[in-house]
Design a protein around this ligand. Structure first.
Ligand code: SF4
Length: 307
């Protein structure tokens, strides 16, 4: 098995987070800029279901009525604008068209606008700390796909982006590798076990223990159900506390293994800002990869060709 991704990763994004002033009140943010040079490593496909639905900019804001996005697809809830106009069918049609565009573009991940009744995944309102009725109408479609999901606002947090990318690369690797036997599953699990344990220990232990009960000869359905289970695990967001502890662990381990001196690698305490520490960590990861050493918490390397 090859543990390096070299093809440029394609990512869908809520257009209002890619610089388009598409929100109901003409708001928009260019969050990708926060990635600096790293943004050249990805190909983006912006979509906006509400604009595609013909709702216009500016427009009265929409909200879910009678349930969440799943209920809208089941026909038991509606999406209405502030004036009470039912826009359910238009938003559903535009969400399906947006998903088709993402499929055509071959995206493996989506940067979603959290808090939107359309694009939101874990919350559908931005008011206070309320969650609203998640997922949103388009968010419900995204959750059903083998697409890695990232709140677009996390592009502005170096810590969170670091965590998303290590899980994203593992996700894409697992999504695409050929698995035809129980032996392949064991091999894939050996690569992903550590990162999965860091994300969710009980769930990961459960996956590990269930390996023994898998049938010797596995059919496509069984293989794909195992793959989906682990892909969903890799998609789970981490907490800042957990990310922090993982990063310090990696750092200390690498320094110890290679006996790095203070001049080659700074101690975490020397960094005032989180961004500087993440930068240092990524530098160490690149250095480690050149020596053929892979951090267990980032088991799949990403080296796209740069023009
Ligand atoms: S949240 Fe989604 S639907 Fe709303 S403006 Fe942004 S891209 Fe369009």
């Amino acid at each position: 098995m090859n543990y390096i991704l070299t093809e440029k990763i394609r990512i869908g994004i809520s257009a209002c987070n890619f610089g388009a002033k598409f929100r109901y009140n003409r708001a928009g943010w260019d969050r990708v800029e926060a990635l600096g040079r790293q943004k050249d490593d990805y190909i983006f496909t912006p979509v906006c279901p509400e604009v595609l639905a013909g709702l216009g900019v500016p427009r009265p804001p929409v909200k879910l009525s009678g349930g969440n996005g799943d209920d809208v697809w089941a026909g038991t809830a509606k999406i209405k604008n502030r004036l009470g106009r039912d826009v359910t069918e238009a938003v559903k049609a535009a969400s399906l068209s947006s998903m088709e565009a993402l499929h055509r573009a071959g995206v493996d991940a989506f940067l979603f606008m959290e808090g939107s009744p359309t694009c939101g995944v874990y919350r559908t309102t931005l008011k206070d700390k309320r969650l609203g009725k998640p997922p949103g109408v388009f968010g419900a479609l995204l959750l059903k796909e083998r697409i890695f999901l990232i709140p677009a606002v996390d592009l502005e947090s170096p810590w969170k982006w670091w965590d998303h990318t290590r899980r994203l690369h593992a996700f894409i690797w697992l999504k695409n590798i050929a698995i035809t036997s129980k032996k392949d599953i064991y091999e894939a699990w050996h690569v992903l076990k550590f990162i999965c344990q860091e994300i969710d220990r009980p769930l990961s232990d459960n996956v590990g223990q269930s390996l023994a009960s898998l049938p010797a000869k596995m059919g496509t359905l069984e293989i794909e159900s195992w793959r989906t289970r682990v892909l969903q695990l890799l998609r789970r967001p981490s907490t800042l506390k957990r990310i922090q502890s993982v990063m310090f662990k990696h750092y200390a381990h690498y320094r110890k293994t290679f006996g790095l001196k203070e001049t080659e690698a700074h101690a975490p305490s020397e960094f005032l800002g989180k961004a500087a520490f993440v930068e240092e960590l990524m530098k160490l990861e690149r250095k480690a990869a050149e020596q053929g050493y892979l951090f267990l918490g980032r088991p799949i390397a990403y080296k796209p060709a740069r023009p």
